[in-house]
Design a protein around this ligand. Sequence first.
Ligand code: SAM
Length: 272
Amino acid sequence: MRWGRAHPPRPAKVARGRKEVAQLAGAVVVPGVTTAAAIAGQLNAAERRLVTEAIVKAPRKPRVVLEVGTWLGGGSTLHLLRALEQNGEGHLWGIEADRAIYERMLANIGSAAPEALHRFTPLFGFSDVVIPKWLAEQGNDFLVDVAFLDGGDNPLEQITEFRLLDARIPVGGQLLSHDAKLRKGRWVVPYLSALDNWSAELHDVSEEGLFHAHKLRASPSPESLWGAEKELRRLRANPVERLGAFLPQPANAFLLRFLPGRLIRRITQGRR
Ligand SMILES: C[S@@+](CC[C@H](N)C(=O)[O-])C[C@H]1O[C@@H](n2cnc3c(N)ncnc32)[C@H](O)[C@@H]1O
């Protein structure tokens, strides 16, 4: 369904390295100095703590962390980054699809966590384009220890991101996703929960919900894979999702223009 994909696809541009991040951010990088600047970000205090603990309490310090949907950087991005810095190990790649937001995020991270910038690589573009390109650049042995999914509202996106990443997540790796109780997580949460090679938990700590899964074995049993795929087919048959996927994006955008904001959020995000 295309309600949630508000921005036209653009070619993925990969900005690399601390220097470029600092330049784009207009930040002065002073090693060892932390600014306490508060920058805009989502996730409530409990969710920020859970995201931080996923990194600092992991049995093996995560080396590779991927985030989809940084927004302005003050939520998941900053907390993941600070947690990696606390561990003294690991790197975060953060994907963002909106150019204006991406540039503001770079400025925010540059000013709020200059000491951790060397652990951050921003990736511009849509996740379904950026992830395959990024993985191909890293080589076949590259593993993703932690993935945090918080991009668009279309539930197919988190399924696509999971399918792109699953084979690269090792046993012991983690997958977290935000808006787990909303439309965004409506497919990936039951799908992953049905796979018996993952242990899954939905933290009911906000209206949005935070999902946290740990990989237990490399592959699911055939029975649980069959059950998960069956459940996904059932969810994908939802008439509202099918209608949104069927209508061209401009038609969806046109229809939404006539609806009140609260109703738009109910349709696009699945809020009550
Ligand atoms: C809910 S916000 C993320 C909030 C952020 N994680 C935080 O904690 O503050 C979703 C972000 O994902 C971006 N986005 C939407 N679809 C995307 C996609 N397919 N790939 C990458 N980013 C996407 C949006 O532009 C938006 O900035």
